[in-house]
Design a protein around this ligand. Structure first.
Ligand SMILES: Nc1ncnc2c1ncn2[C@@H]1O[C@H](COP(=O)(O)OP(=O)(O)OP(=O)(O)O)[C@@H](O)[C@H]1O
Ligand SMILES: [Mg+2]
Length: 284
């Protein structure tokens, strides 16, 4: 669905590249996460893939089209939710969606239904200019679905939203993914990446450091640990032990045989811990 080969992007001739010779593929139906800290080059990459920024080098095909050539057909197939909401302040929520819907040559979704989906029901006839940041973000998100896109670009889809709304947005993304929509999701939030993505790319300083499934990453880099809480002389003692060293395995057996166990949990490394381990940098 997306193929990127040796793509670089410079905002100025003498500066550092914002994107530095990256290559990756996204399969049809896949939710692919671009995970990296601020300034890593995520939005720049999305901008090139969606035709917002001019491609300077490499080969990029999106939904079967070469992005260097402008084809209106391509826009019927893709949906884009930007990091910064860019809705028309003077238009109402409904008018924002309906004027956007007219740009497409394919059947579009009912504006009222979309607004309800993102929790903006009752606000249909309010001007977008009166909306809070989170509401504008939801309107932008709703708009990105209006043409039932095969390929959906989501830049920081839940950033700045309250947890309930963020959960709604995540559910909508999961539902569409289950229906077969391909998603290209950029975020610096590793929980989102872990929860929604089939594969993630770690991007830093414009370079992709690795691409893998969250599960494989945890198996490969995750420390295999067990937290045990047990009772000794009436007190609760907690120990964290590795399941991979003989000494700790022996100790785990000893505790189980000699004490009453209160809790015992195996612990996985989070994607954030793995990101730091692989790149040496934090996801901020
Ligand atoms: N319009 C622009 N002009 C000049 N430099 C830019 C422009 N947009 C981005 N950059 C630079 O390009 C690099 C990558 O920026 P980009 O917006 O792609 O990062 P990002 O990964 O999306 O970050 P964030 O998580 O903050 O959204 C940064 O160093 C940034 O300062
Ligand atoms: Mg960005």
């Amino acid at each position: 669905m997306i193929s990127v080969k040796e793509l670089s992007h410079y905002y100025s001739k003498d500066g550092r590249p914002a994107v530095n010779n990256i290559s990756f593929e996204v399969e049809k139906g896949e939710t692919f996460g671009f995970l990296g800290p601020s300034g890593a080059g995520k939005s720049t990459t999305q901008g090139i893939l969606t035709g917002l920024l001019k491609q300077q080098s490499g080969e990029v095909t999106v939904a079967g089209y070469d992005v260097k050539k402008v084809q209106n057909d391509r826009f019927n197939k893709i949906g884009v939710s930007f990091e910064q909401s860019n809705v028309y302040s003077k238009l109402t929520a409904k008018e924002n969606l309906e004027s956007y819907a007219r740009l497409f040559d394919v059947p579009t979704r009912d504006s009222k239904e979309l607004l309800r989906l993102v929790g903006l029901n009752g606000k249909e006839n309010d001007r977008a200019g009166t909306f809070s940041k989170g509401m504008k973000h939801r309107l932008t998100f709703a708009r990105s679905m209006i043409n039932n896109p095969e390929l959906w670009f989501l830049d920081e889809p839940t950033t700045g939203l309250d947890p309930t709304i963020a959960a709604t947005i995540k559910d909508i993304i999961k539902e569409r993914a289950a229906e077969g929509t391909t998603c290209f999701l950029t975020t610096h939030n590793m929980y989102i990446a872990d929860e929604l993505c089939d594969r993630v790319a770690f991007i830093i300083d414009g370079e992709i450091k690795l691409i893998d499934t969250p599960k494989n990453l945890k198996l490969k880099y995750g420390k295999k640990l067990i937290d045990i809480e047990y009772i000794e002389n009436g007190k609760v003692i907690k120990e964290t032990l590795k399941t991979v060293t003989d000494e700790d395995r022996h100790r785990i057996g000893e505790i189980i045989n000699n004490h009453e166990i209160q809790t015992m949990h195996s612990k996985e490394a989070t994607l954030e811990e793995i990101f730091i381990q692989v790149t040496g940098r934090e996801l901020i």
